[in-house]
Design a protein around this ligand. Sequence first.
Ligand SMILES: Nc1nc2c(ncn2[C@@H]2O[C@H](COP(=O)(O)OP(=O)(O)OP(=O)(O)O)[C@@H](O)[C@H]2O)c(=O)[nH]1
Length: 340
Amino acid sequence: MRPDRQQLIRTLFDEYIEMYSSRDDRLTCRFSHNFSGYAGSSDVLVTDREEWIRITRQDFAQVPDRINIEMLDLSLQDLTEQIVVVTAFFHIHLPIPKPILSHETARLVLIFHLENNCWMIAHSGISIPYGLAHKGEIYPITRLEKRNSELESMITARTSELAAANRQLEILSNTDGLTNIGNRRQFDLMLQTEWNRGLHSHSLLALIMLDIDHFKQFNDHYGHLAGDDCLKQLASTLSQSGRRAGELVARYGGEEFVILLPNIDKQTLFGAAQHIHQLIQSIAIPHAKTDLGIVTVSVGVAYLSPSNQQNPLELVRQADAALYRAKLAGRNCIRFMDER
Ligand SMILES: Nc1nc2c(ncn2[C@@H]2O[C@H](COP(=O)(O)OP(=O)(O)OP(=O)(O)O)[C@@H](O)[C@H]2O)c(=O)[nH]1
């Protein structure tokens, strides 16, 4: 090729790259009226100059800052006096933190046509193949399969992360924020579950309900934060107290706790209630306003054999009534359902 033609083609191409990189709208004046082209991420063949100008401006608007073209390979062809061609391979570095396109090799063919003494772009075809074919392949099947399996393992990982997050959410929505034991919601769910189980097994379902004595005075005397600590200490003591299978300790609300005991006999239940009552006394949290000078609880105990004639709330009503009688009897004692 004649050196002056080589110089000319190179200059045409360098001007094009400079205008394209710097997002320079003057590039749009270079497109021939007899234009054809296709854009990297498009499956549309454009044969209308105005449409190509619109696409170019859309490109510039999407990434308005300067882009960087890293040239890999270049071919200059001098076809006729009026037609020259440039074929280029390059990496496109977008001014964004993630190197999204940087690893892909863009392929560009530009055909310049001399029209009325001006070199116009008659064709611009750019393709950015997502993933290259391996040796011996025409289509990048190996690469696509690899990418596919990477995506599948990402989806599997995300799915199990989501399942773990859901499990965590389930735990949180069933846990009392202050004491970290089950909350009222969990109690309601378990009560229904154990009630249904009892309908089939015909075993006793029991509920121990306990309420701190003179807790308002505790708060008034020691402060609300000390009150919170007292609740936490009681909750941890209760949840560590000889738990049987299926037993649930929960905060029913305020300074009231419940223990749900499925599949239990009366004797074991009475022993469990007395054990819990003693246990609270044994941790001996100071309480200046009670007779013993320590935190005590009143306890109400109920038990039922679940039947279709009653609903689970009957168990709560009975335990609550027994607890009320324990308070009336002077507090710091246990009252059982049916016992006056
Ligand atoms: N510190 C603290 N106090 C609470 C919390 N929830 C409820 N309380 C307090 O518990 C107290 C309950 O008072 P009352 O219902 O009058 O019962 P009590 O003073 O324990 O009296 P009796 O049950 O009759 O022995 C109220 O002062 C509430 O503010 C809590 O999360 N933290």
